[in-house]
Unconditional design. Structure first.
Length: 93
């Protein structure tokens, strides 16, 4: 075997090994970028959901206040409008 035939065998092997390690590193970097993008997307969605939850809690508190006020009005109107039931002694006759 001469030097040229040895180089013809070694060079493709060396470039294949170098390409493998370079590709593996690039694949890892791409994977990390994809993971970071997923994390960023989840953080953004989480912020939106937290904002929506806060808005819904405020709306719920307002509705509970309105319900309480309306219940008080109903109770007041019941005492004013609905006549008292006649007692047994007061039955018409």
């Amino acid at each position: 075997m001469n030097f040229d035939s040895i180089l013809n065998i070694i060079i493709p092997f060396a470039t294949a090994v170098a390409g493998f390690f370079t590709g593996k590193r690039k694949q890892k970097n791409d994977f990390l970028k994809d993971l970071q993008a997923s994390v960023n997307m989840l953080v953004a969605k989480n912020k939106e959901q937290v904002k929506e939850i806060i808005e819904l809690r405020d709306e719920n508190a307002n509705l509970e206040q309105q319900i309480s006020r309306l219940q008080n009005e109903i109770d007041f109107l019941k005492t004013k409008i609905i006549p008292k039931k006649p007692r047994k002694n007061e039955v018409k006759g």
